[in-house]
Design a protein around this ligand. Structure first.
Ligand code: PGA
Length: 252
């Protein structure tokens, strides 16, 4: 279902006491927030999921994990399964972030498997795609995104794909302060929506939220979110500052 969404990706940041303070500050601000226009999602590191879920009990926001195992429960030391996330009532899970692709060698096939695990237990995957700077400079960015989207997602049924949120995050924009321009973002978002329309249908494509990520902040969010195919943002650095995060959530 296409919605306006702002998701905070805390990455591997915050000690427990800092996470506690941050989520309390966010919850406090969200208490007076009219959230009919936007779904707010907070994705903390695994050990803080319960803390964040507790804060979400009486305030309107959703909780997401940053990763999930591609295996079921079992002898996979260090892994967290989709069933475990479900048992904690986690609503969303980021999959295929470029940092997971780069440092943990995740492939499009891994993304496809993780998406399957999540959908099986009714957790909505937030699937990240994005090209490297050299891929854009060589004019290969559309090809790269086409492969990531099709290999990661196009085994899904019509019904399943509408449960997926896509996040276009050009790797050269992540954590660099170098945001994609509104035109670059719109161009790629429209391309992604077009891929979904070609594979499924226009109606299905209109039902899928596509977020922008990569140095999205309180200053540039409004301009990016105003683009017709940009349905919100996946926010890294700026999600660690509660004022900025809430201002971004108010940018529709
Ligand atoms: P950034 O990260 O906002 O710090 O660039 C975005 C992301 O990686 O999800």
């Amino acid at each position: 279902m296409r919605r306006n969404i702002v998701a905070g990706n805390w990455k591997s940041n915050q000690l427990f006491s800092q996470a506690d303070e941050l989520i309390n500050d966010i919850a406090e601000k969200l208490r007076n927030f009219d959230s009919t226009d936007v779904d707010v999602i907070v994705c903390p590191p695994f050990p803080y999921l319960e803390l964040v879920s507790d804060a979400a009990e009486d305030v309107e926001f959703f909780v997401g994990a940053q990763n999930v195992s591609k295996f079921d429960n079992g002898a996979y030391t260090g892994e967290v399964s989709a069933a475990m996330l479900q048992s904690m009532n986690i609503d969303y899970c980021i999959v295929g972030h470029s940092e997971r692709r780069k440092y943990f060698f995740e492939t499009n096939r891994d993304v496809a498997e993780k998406v399957d695990r999540l959908l099986k237990v009714d957790i909505n995957p937030i699937v990240c795609v994005g090209e490297l700077l050299e891929e854009r400079e060589e004019g290969r960015h559309f090809d790269v995104i086409r492969s990531q989207v099709s290999e990661g997602l196009f085994h899904l049924s019509k019904d399943q794909i509408t449960k997926v949120i896509l996040a276009y995050e050009p790797v050269w924009a992540i954590g660099t302060g170098k945001t994609a321009t509104k035109d670059q973002a719109q161009e790629m978002h429209a391309f992604i929506r077009g891929l979904i329309a070609d594979k499924y249908s226009d109606d299905v494509a209109q039902d899928v939220s596509i977020l922008y990520g990569g140095s999205c902040n309180a200053k540039n969010a409004r301009e990016l979110f105003a683009q017709p195919d940009v349905d919100g943002g996946l926010i890294g650095g700026a999600s660690l500052k509660h004022e900025d995060f809430i201002e971004i959530a108010c940018s529709f």
